[in-house]
Write a protein that binds this ligand. Structure first.
Ligand SMILES: Cc1cc2nc3c(=O)[nH]c(=O)nc-3n(C[C@H](O)[C@H](O)[C@H](O)COP(=O)(O)OP(=O)(O)OC[C@H]3O[C@@H](n4cnc5c(N)ncnc54)[C@H](O)[C@@H]3O)c2cc1C
Length: 479
């Protein structure tokens, strides 16, 4: 006999992948599903994570299987069937653009803030968990793992009032994000701990720093009284600063409702002057000088500016993944798996973080279907299939669109020229030349390994054609 608590599955982390995992197991008819989340309450607003996700077809596959369809998605998010960007320039000009970057036949994605996504998943648990299959333990942290002499795996969970719970799950899921303690703990117990290391790869967007500023849902712009008036529209404000370490733009992505604040992403190099500003007064003065088109004093209440100034900027991580995402214990009676950011993470260039996390779960569900709920067999199959996918995804994120933040304006211009050139070739050749990688990345049913192969093939073709036309031009010019 043991005093340890038993459960079918222990999910560490109640972020997007943890909550979706709980719903997935419940839909399989499993019971004794425990989720531990260190945030004290489900609705705690994490200012530093005020991201606006685009939930695409890849992420929707699992949600649809769980019964979360367009109706619910529209309640919490905003369908993105076209992308219009209104640019307000510092000299008063207004430019509206519709960049040709969307694949026409893609499944409609939804803009959804992290807060709303978590609220949607949490609410869905509340309404479907009528038989108490899921236990949500907020204010509880995963602390570590130990292996008993007889091989059994025990997870230690600490509650807010410092009690320690010891669980012996049949399946342990690490859904605890990039700095996963589950991954660390599994590495400590493994014969080859290095296999759990996150392999990091350089990318031009790694290390960019960001903060989010909240503006009112609607507001006038000095040169355009209508200003920001449509919550389904994206807006950009361009400053009058021209020096590379001074200039900046403020971006407001579409939001789900006309009552939602417009969250402004500020993404800059770490050495940018904006990050040297200390106090709220300094930030206000900098924005007032750079953005004559905005009445900054009226738009940002003192309290919001003080919060913003005090916030530590976040940093885009390097694209990374771990080669090992599975361990088994107690002669195969217990399994442990890593899901989502605990297994692979990258800068948000392609908006695939949350979608690939949900795809991990979709694939785990498929593996469980194929193995008729044999957890050991499904876990091994899942790991075998997902690691090459993570590796390919990491390589794609490094190369497809890392200059989109305008951190290197020349590179961004070259990227755009090349995009237009390749898209033209793709259309002219009726698909013989591959479409640009940014469009490929919207193909939600395509495995990342195939996408990576096709992206490389497209690159070689464009380079080959570039060299061939250069030679031809040279010949013509030289007679
Ligand atoms: C600036 C930025 C912008 C982004 N934008 C996008 C985007 O546009 N589109 C997109 O798809 N992705 C984006 N991402 C990535 C996306 O946020 C992640 O891929 C996604 O959140 C992964 O979900 P997850 O559930 O695996 O991990 P997380 O979201 O990190 O959730 C982990 C959860 O575990 C909890 N936790 C951690 N440790 C413990 C512990 N020891 N015990 C208990 N609980 C614990 C945390 O509190 C958290 O709730 C962005 C990321 C960044 C940094």
């Amino acid at each position: 006999m043991t005093d340890n608590l038993s459960c079918k599955v222990l999910i560490c982390g109640g972020g997007p992948s943890g909550l979706a995992a709980a719903l997935m197991f419940q839909a399989r008819g499993w019971r004794d599903i425990v989720v531990v989340e260190r945030r004290p309450t489900p609705d705690q607003f994490e200012r530093s994570k005020a991201f606006n996700y685009q939930l695409d077809g890849r992420g929707q596959r699992l949600l649809n299987e769980l019964g979360i369809g367009p109706e619910t998605l529209e309640q919490f998010g905003l369908p993105n069937d076209h992308f219009t960007l209104t640019n307000f320039l510092a000299d008063g000009k207004v430019k509206v653009v519709q960049p040709p970057i969307l694949v026409p036949d893609r499944k409609t994605p939804y803009w959804m803030t992290r807060n709303r996504l978590l609220a949607m998943l949490h609410q869905y648990i509340e309404t479907t968990n009528t038989e108490g299959a899921i236990r949500l333990l907020y204010g509880h942290s995963f602390e570590g793992l130990e292996q008993a002499d007889d091989g059994r795996l025990v997870a230690q969970i600490r509650s807010e009032d410092d009690a320690v719970l010891r669980y012996e799950p049949e399946l342990l899921l690490g859904c605890d994000g990039l700095r996963s303690r589950v991954r660390e703990a599994l590495a400590r117990l493994a014969d080859d701990p290095d296999a759990f290391d996150m392999l990091q790869f350089p990318s031009p967007s790694t290390g960019l720093t960001y903060k989010v500023l909240n503006l009112p849902p609607q507001f006038p712009v000095r040169t355009d009284p209508k200003g920001v008036h449509d919550h389904a529209m994206a807006y950009a404000f361009i400053s009058n600063y021209s020096a590379p370490d001074e200039k900046l733009a403020l971006f407001a992505l579409p939001v789900a409702s006309a009552e939602d604040p417009r969250t402004i992403n500020i993404i800059l190099k770490p050495e940018h002057k904006f990050w040297q500003l200390g106090s709220a007064e300094e930030v206000t003065a900098y924005l007032k000088e750079g953005f004559p088109q905005l009445a900054i004093d009226e738009l940002v209440p003192e309290e919001e500016m003080a919060d913003f100034a005090a916030l530590k900027p976040g940093r885009f991580p390097a694209p990374q993944y771990t080669r090992r995402i599975h361990s088994e214990f107690d002669q195969g009676r217990q399994q442990a798996l890593l899901i989502g950011d605990a297994a692979h993470a990258f800068p948000p260039d392609l908006g695939l973080g949350v979608n690939s996390a949900l795809e991990d779960l979709f694939e785990l569900n498929q593996a469980l279907n194929a193995a008729s709920d044999n957890v050991a067999e499904a876990s091994a199959d899942y790991a075998k299939a997902r690691v090459p996918e993570s590796e390919a995804l990491v390589q794609l994120v490094r190369r497809v669109h890392p200059y989109q933040y305008n951190q290197d304006p020349l590179r961004l211009k070259l990227w755009m020229m090349r995009f237009v050139f390749q898209l033209g070739l793709h259309k002219l050749s009726r698909g013989l030349v591959e479409m640009p990688g940014f469009m490929l990345s919207q193909k939600h049913l395509m495995p990342f390994t195939e996408m990576w192969r096709r992206f490389q093939r497209g690159n070689y073709t464009v380079m080959g054609l570039g060299v061939a036309s250069g030679l031809l031009l040279g010949r013509l010019l030289l007679g």
